[in-house]
Design a protein around this ligand. Structure first.
Ligand SMILES: Cc1ncc(COP(=O)(O)O)c(C=O)c1O
Length: 363
């Protein structure tokens, strides 16, 4: 099938650009001799997770238990859930998941640890945990140093919990444009994690894994000799916003925008505007309006849940009813979550259709 024959709006991924992104991250991690565990919150798809593993990834991250359940049911085994899973109902599901796979989950509160221990005991399953440390984002995470040591001691004393590492993710710095500033901030975050690890190890508790970082700090973290694994997510598709960050030494970020939404012109209300079938329900708006791909002198604006406008400010709109337009999402994660399938293409031809099996699995 040709792209022009697809019903729209539809989510597309360019196979060649995706392959290049996969190879570049593989090469970056291999040359720094660091493991990488890509974050599936970006793609929510078994097909892409499988490709990442075949490109050297040591495992996969999921944001939510529901995402991890889908990927484990489809065949992925080594998963780190990077958001705390709380409450007996979910922890019971977690125990089942861990009995079927090599899953791990972050923890950062006494309440959560106590509940986990009870569930582990009643299900007779040892739960693998990673303590999430707040290394600057001020979202989740225990305080670095002594407070994290206290949690580590409780976990180490439990027969139903196994402490496998620390996570420190500083999401707020991933898109800092200036590469030096990003580097300084990333080093600060990883040194908080390292000091905490040393303190815990001084107390005879082993910390095999130090995990964290995203696409924006991937090179810094890979070469930083602190983390044992990095967690890049967006590199696979690249948010339009990532295109603006500096990579250092005058280079641009080495990953390319592989994800687009294809829409169609459905109305031509006047000489300067085309109305398209891509609105708030078919491309994300949380990080700003999408960019038009391959159209220079026009801008895109949302015109409701089902509609968008392509506006030619300085001339006549050349688009006709039925013409296709291509949009680059400003945020891939929230765009992917709107679709059941990814249409994979090369040139103008559709080569595959991949299920986005974990979309909507936010519980
Ligand atoms: C814990 C964690 N690790 C890694 C990532 C990946 O970040 P990015 O998509 O910027 O590569 C995220 C993204 O939000 C995250 O929450």
């Amino acid at each position: 099938m040709n792209l022009a024959e697809l019903d729209t709006p539809v989510l597309l991924v360019n196979k060649d650009l995706l392959s290049r992104n996969l190879r570049r991250m593989e090469k970056m991690a291999a040359s720094a001799a660091i493991a990488y565990r890509p974050h599936a919150k970006a793609h929510k798809s078994y097909e892409i997770a499988k490709l990442q593993l075949s490109h050297g990834a040591s495992g996969i991250c999921c944001a939510k238990l529901g995402e991890a359940e889908v990927l484990v049911s489809e065949g992925i085994k080594d998963i780190l859930i990077t958001t705390p899973v709380i409450g007996v109902s979910k922890l019971t599901r977690l125990a089942t998941l861990m009995s079927q796979s090599d899953a791990k989950v972050v923890v950062e509160s006494y309440e959560n640890i106590r509940e986990m221990e009870l569930v582990g005991r009643s299900k007779e399953v040892t739960l693998n945990v990673v303590i999430e440390v707040n290394v600057g984002q001020n979202r989740c995470g225990s305080k670095p140093g002594q407070p994290t040591l206290e949690l580590a001691k409780i976990i180490a004393a439990s027969p139903w919990l196994s402490l496998v590492g620390l996570q420190g993710y500083q999401g707020a710095i991933q898109m800092v444009v200036d590469s030096e500033e990003r580097k300084i901030k990333a080093k600060k975050a990883s040194s908080l994690l390292l000091e905490t690890k040393k303190l815990i190890q001084k107390n005879s508790i082993d910390i095999p894994i130090l995990t964290g970082g995203g696409t924006g700090t991937s090179k810094i973290d890979a070469c930083g000799q602190v983390l044992t694994e990095i967690q890049p997510g967006g590199y696979i598709f690249m948010d339009a916003r990532y295109g603006d960050i500096q990579w250092g030494d005058g280079n641009k970020i080495p990953f390319e925008q592989s994800l687009t939404v294809l829409g169609s012109v459905i109305s031509r209300p006047d000489s300067k505007r085309a109305i398209v079938d891509v609105g708030l329900k078919s491309i994300s708006s949380d990080q700003g309006v999408p960019k038009l791909a391959n159209i220079e002198c026009a801008s895109f604006q949302f015109a409701g849940e089902e509609h968008g406008e392509v506006i030619y400010d300085n001339g006549a709109c050349p688009l006709n009813i039925g013409d296709k337009i291509s949009l680059i999402p400003t945020h891939c994660d929230t765009t992917v979550n709107l679709y059941d399938h990814l249409i994979v293409y090369s040139g103008e031809s559709v080569t595959d259709v991949w299920k986005i099996g974990a979309r909507g699995r936010s519980q």
